[in-house]
Design a protein around this ligand. Sequence first.
Ligand code: ZN
Length: 538
Amino acid sequence: MSKFDLKIYPMGGVAEIGSNMTIFEFEEHLVAIDYGILFPYEDFFDINYLIVDTTALKKISKPITLFITHGHEDHIGAVVHFIKEFPQAKIYAPRLARELILSKLDRANLGHEIIEYNKEFKLDFGEYTLRPTHVTHSIPDTYGVIINKGQELAFLFISDFKFDLIPSFEEPFDVENIKTYFSAAKRKIAFLDSTNILSEGKTLSESELLGDFEEILLRNKRTFFTLFASNIYRVKNLLEIAKKANRKVCFIGRSLNFYLDAADKVGLLSKANYPIVELDAIDNYDDPRLLYLVTGSQGEHLGATRRIANGDQKNIKLKEDDIFVFSSKAIPGNEKKIYRLINTISETGTTVITSKDQRVHASGHPAREDLKQLVSEINPTDIVPIHGETYFLRKHIDFIKDNFPKIQTHYMTNFDTMLIKGSEINIVDGKQMEPLIIHGDSIVIPREKISERRKMACNGLITIAINHKSKNIHVDSKGLPEELTRYHNEIKELAHYTAFQEFKNRDYDYVVEKIRIKIRTFAKEQLGYKPITLVSMV
Ligand SMILES: [Zn+2]
């Protein structure tokens, strides 16, 4: 008899936002729900993303299945890494996420079968059955997961969802399915999204934006909408309105075409049905009938929104008659960058509209009233808050205690483990594992290299190459003020004196280190800080 029937442990996405991965470890099988990326905080100098380290999973000799809930990057972004680590794994994904994963594999030159599932699908793991359940979110084709052991025990795992009962173009959040497979069990444990736990009231439905979208597009002014390209149904709504209003639509930013092509391929929309024009094919860029859909709503450095705001987008200059709509919300940490953009755009006289002015954005996550309604309907015995930072998880627990005192709440963070035996549950603390740091496409960068990168970027670089035989010295510097070049001769003299007079009989390594220290000290006197200094002697 084993010590547990089932173990559940989040490895990412709990007590942080991003790099989602939660493991359901059955007696003979591992199921990973999602494997996404996390965009790093600023102190991880210019790193592309972080992913969960799966070394511990590789030590467990059970077959592994990856079950993808939806196509957001924080849920699918690391699938390529997963396939490299677990080439035998079975991977399941709904149609849009599957299409997005396939194009990632294509780019990585990697082949792997991604099995499509829909709401009728199920998988058996011993006594347990896993079923996807349709939820609404900010990308089409999003699912939660229900796992039951007959009528005795059931789990509901929905990390990303909004409780939208009147969405655009898709079925409403499927409460009935959850009632059938989850609520009927004796003990039922729900893992629920905490992202918007600080928001009072209800999250707007995607369809509730239509009125303001129409009103804005009927003003007949050249209009820019910046939004997340993955929000296919919002784009589809805008395309529909533009078509009715006899306006042409142009996409600026690669990811819009990327997501729309994937959506087109799986039948979520047909680009050919809409008056879409290519940027290069426009003859009058100032045409007030033009609607530009633009990426880079987070103020990304090379994003289209920033390019347009700064006047760096070819043929497009913002002017007084334009409207610029931020159909998006700041991801925590990006607020400053976005405010700066809004200011830059305002300087041109363009009218800026954000979700503070009009209904131009609806979140993809449930606010307090949504959670209250959902919890009342599905009636869990236990709730575990997930998808949110520590403060959000605690707030979620307080919220449940206040509103549903009979429900047991459980606080878990990444690497804590819920052990299930019969219908008893126990949570044990786990050992935190640092995520892997990825720069470029897929190479892991060791943690200690980050501070070296930061120093190089912030303090600049001086290189000194010394030819021992000819006594020639070459000095170069990068990322330093022009003034420093005035001192290149002095640096040369200092290196020359140190190498060929002061320490002329010492070995190379000793001399090189002495020169390095002297040059850094010299540079500090001129600049006030010490650049990275590389000395080589041949
Ligand atoms: Zn999501």
